[in-house]
Design a protein around this ligand. Structure first.
Ligand SMILES: C[S@@+](CC[C@H](N)C(=O)[O-])C[C@H]1O[C@@H](n2cnc3c(N)ncnc32)[C@H](O)[C@@H]1O
Length: 334
């Protein structure tokens, strides 16, 4: 699993030209930007005067960019500080929704904000909250059992040394409060050998960010609830950044767009309705030119589908990834 996050100094919206060429045939309506961030996608879509944007982000730190667009575009731009899993509660009336866009992951501003503690380069208390959270990373490290920490590192980080790292955390927390530097030290002491291309702490930090922000449940519920409010003919576009995200997005589009099953282990669909028309089966990836300007974009993948039916039931989708959402639902006694 690659575990790359955007670390470039300047903000480059990823796969922007590709996104625009997919949605522009539908211009002349409202687009929902589920991951507003620094507004790269929203700004570009609003350059066409026929378009409107409803933007969502769970992080209140994006208010500055959102306020700027609200002033500039008045009734053409609205911002809501909610999680995208709640998209179906937006109470959208009289909007001609043409497309819903997700650009998963973290913005460069979030990674560089050391008080958010998302990066192993941060100092002090372990936090990792993106916005609208129930607990911090500190709560996770201080309260979860060794077995549950192991599960998080293994399933969300694909970390080979998950067991030993979990054991060492539990041992150390009996002696002192574990902060970011301590966690990095634990990981480095356990992982004697590592792929020189990625930092030893990358996988464990990715796993903890996913757990703290419930990213898997957010993604699954976000996709299902976005589908509910998208009219037939509208487009759903998702840009993912790591293999776990892409696995979920790929299943969502492929399983509900073909008559055959994506997995031979899943029984035949009873109500075998197609929900999407997939123009491209393979994901769209950045050009060499984009990777040169913005190297972290290399791990991004864009998938999209045109909604062709309202008659869809996503139980199989939810069931397939229940082993992951169950981990996110582990209780924390704070
Ligand atoms: C990669 S950035 C988006 C960048 C944006 N496309 C741009 O061009 O500026 C991802 C954003 O999604 C937000 N986000 C992540 N998960 C979210 C969720 N479940 N609900 C709402 N916002 C979320 C993050 O706070 C972050 O600002």
């Amino acid at each position: 699993m690659s575990a790359i996050i955007k670390l470039e100094k300047k903000h480059f919206p990823v796969l922007l030209n590709e996104l625009i060429s997919i949605i522009s045939p539908l211009y002349g309506g409202t687009f929902i930007d589920c991951t507003f961030g620094q507004g790269g996608y929203s700004k570009k879509i609003l350059e066409n005067s026929k378009n409107k944007i409803i933007a969502i982000d769970r992080d209140t730190d994006v208010y500055l960019s959102a306020n700027e667009l609200e002033k500039k575009y008045k009734n053409k731009f609205k911002f809501k500080n909610i999680k995208f899993s709640q998209i179906n509660n937006l109470n959208i009336v009289k909007e001609d929704i043409k497309g819903i866009v997700f650009d998963l992951g973290y913005s460069i501003n979030q990674i560089r904000d050391l008080k958010k503690g998302l990066s192993f380069k941060s100092k002090g208390k372990l936090d990792m909250r993106m916005g609208i959270n129930d607990f911090t990373c500190h709560d996770v490290i201080s309260n979860l059992s060794e077995n549950n920490l192991n599960k998080i590192f293994k399933f969300f980080g694909d970390e080979k040394y998950s067991k030993n790292i979990a054991r060492k955390i539990v041992k150390m927390r009996g002696l002192k409060l574990i902060n970011t530097e301590d966690l990095v030290e634990i990981i480095e002491s356990v992982k004697k050998f590592n792929n020189p291309k990625i930092n030893k702490s990358t996988k464990v930090f990715q796993a903890l960010r996913i757990f703290v922000n419930k990213e898997i449940s957010e993604l699954i519920n976000g996709l299902v609830n976005a589908f509910k409010i998208l009219p037939v003919g509208g487009v759903m576009v998702v840009v993912s950044f790591h293999s776990l995200e892409d696995k979920i997005v790929k299943f969502f589009f492929k399983h509900y767009s073909e008559n055959k099953n994506t997995s031979r282990y899943i029984p035949n669909k009873k109500n075998n309705f197609k929900c999407f028309n997939l123009i491209k089966k393979k994901p769209i990836t950045p050009s060499l030119e984009e990777i040169k300007i913005n190297p972290p974009s290399r791990s991004s993948k864009l998938r999209y589908g045109i909604k062709i039916s309202d008659n869809c039931n996503f139980n199989e989708f939810k069931q397939k990834f229940k082993y992951l959402t169950d981990i996110e639902n582990l209780g924390i006694n704070i």
